[in-house]
Design a protein around this ligand. Structure first.
Ligand SMILES: Cc1cc2nc3c(=O)[nH]c(=O)nc-3n(C[C@H](O)[C@H](O)[C@H](O)COP(=O)(O)OP(=O)(O)OC[C@H]3O[C@@H](n4cnc5c(N)ncnc54)[C@H](O)[C@@H]3O)c2cc1C
Length: 387
């Protein structure tokens, strides 16, 4: 057992709790009354993000000197979990946005920080992330979109698929091939979405997270200044994967929030619904489902908070973030199905929110690294690499 595995320093501080509480309060007040309608209409609630800004939630991972609240990862995880408890779509919007805020704060030049961070923290600009292409998902080193140097500028060409927030982003952290084949030929750019040549080609219809915007972006001869390069040329894939490692804490927290909502809904329903002369909660077959759900929720939380606390402590957390995402996303998918089962026929209707949890849970096993990729990361951490 490694020291990291034994790490247990995750008791939230008052400040961390306050950020989580603020997220819960705003989610209950500003999202809960509308979520059924937004989900049905596939609405991206742009105006909501000004309200989240009031609680600092759009600038959680932005330094105070750039207008953010500089929360740590534990506070961030608590806030994403609370948002996801009410709406997983809002949670991923904030999570992806925050992942890019954090990348700019860590890697950006002074000019890039000044250009973007205040606008991002104020919610005036939402950030998107563009790595995936139609033929390059898990195998991100296979991307084909190109960046070609032309004097002081870069010319970007290609297609980015399934960009979360992409239709509403003011800036996209996007990866392009600026050199030869393989990982070392890839560079990252902070692309101003208003530049000529960037077009939203398709808005993706999805199984769930209907309040999250997912689009394909086309880049046709987009001329962007040299200052748009994020970090050094040829380091783009490393930067993208580093961003995704911390992003996984956000997605694991999102899955945990869905699981938490499943538990609340299942307990309430099981106490109310009567079958064979007693509440279904009194039937062991139902109460045991709730017992397992509650246990997995605790386990998911502990894994998420541990990964977050390790990140905050500046300790290695790559494997721990993958474990948290793998476990929490599987648990969310399994227990969302159980929550529908506990609700019987009602669970399959839109009268109760568990059908939404069921649809929303699945994506947490796919984006920001599928469950298979998380297992690759964990296995490499245990066994080393064989390639
Ligand atoms: C709603 C939504 C939002 C998204 N948002 C973004 C975004 O904002 N930005 C972005 O860049 N991308 C985004 N994505 C893309 C997402 O990250 C990818 O879909 C994901 O990484 C998987 O890639 P893929 O779909 O190409 O699947 P593939 O990589 O083709 O994988 C197909 C299957 O094969 C498995 N597999 C692949 N390689 C291995 C292996 N080596 N060993 C074992 N199994 C393997 C996978 O786990 C999966 O089960 C989004 C996707 C969706 C659906």
């Amino acid at each position: 057992m490694t020291e990291t595995t034994r790490f247990v320093g995750f008791e939230p501080t008052d400040e961390q709790r306050q950020i989580g509480d603020a997220a819960r309060e705003i989610a209950e007040r500003e999202i809960a009354p509308h979520i059924a309608a937004w989900d049905k209409a596939h609405t991206f609630p742009r105006a909501l993000y000004a309200k989240l800004t009031e609680a600092g939630l759009m600038g959680m991972l932005v330094p105070e000197s750039n207008g953010g609240i500089e929360a740590d990862y534990v506070a961030y995880a608590l806030a994403i979990e609370e948002l996801a408890r009410v709406d997983a779509g809002t949670a991923v919007t904030v999570s992806v946005h925050s992942m890019i805020c954090n990348a700019i704060a860590r890697l950006g030049s002074n000019e890039q920080k000044q250009q973007w961070l205040e606008l991002l923290a104020a919610g005036d600009v939402i950030a998107g992330f563009g790595l995936t292409e139609s033929d390059a998902g898990s195998d991100a080193a296979a991307i084909r979109a190109t960046a070609r140097r032309d004097g002081d500028d870069w010319i970007l060409n290609g297609r980015k698929q399934w960009c979360t927030n992409g239709g509403y982003s003011g800036v996209v952290m996007a990866m392009f091939r600026s050199g030869g084949p393989g990982a070392k030929g890839i560079s990252a750019f902070l692309v101003d979405s208003s530049l000529p040549g960037i077009v939203v080609e398709r808005t993706t219809e999805k199984l769930g997270i209907h309040t999250s915007n997912t689009v394909d972006l086309a880049f046709d001869d987009v001329r962007c200044p040299a200052s748009a390069l994020l970090g050094n040329e040829g380091t783009g894939l490393t930067q993208a994967l580093t961003a995704l490692t911390s992003g996984r804490i956000g997605i694991a927290a999102q899955a945990t929030g869905i699981l938490s909502a499943c538990l609340d809904a299942s307990i309430a329903f099981a106490r109310e619904r009567v079958a064979f002369g007693k509440p279904i909660a009194a039937h062991e077959g139902i109460s045991f489902k709730i017992a397992r759900m509650a246990t997995d929720l605790d386990a998911a939380r502990l894994l998420v908070y541990r990964a977050a606390a390790l990140a905050d402590a500046g300790r290695p957390f790559v494997v721990e973030a993958s474990k948290a995402k793998l476990f929490a996303s599987t648990a969310a998918r399994v227990h969302a199905s159980e929550a529908v089962q506990i609700h019987g026929g009602y669970g399959y209707t839109t009268e109760f929110p568990v059908e939404r949890y069921y649809r929303d849970a699945k994506i947490t096993e796919i984006y920001e690294g599928t469950s298979e990729i998380q297992q690759l990361v964990i296995a490499r951490g245990m066994l080393g690499r064989f390639d």
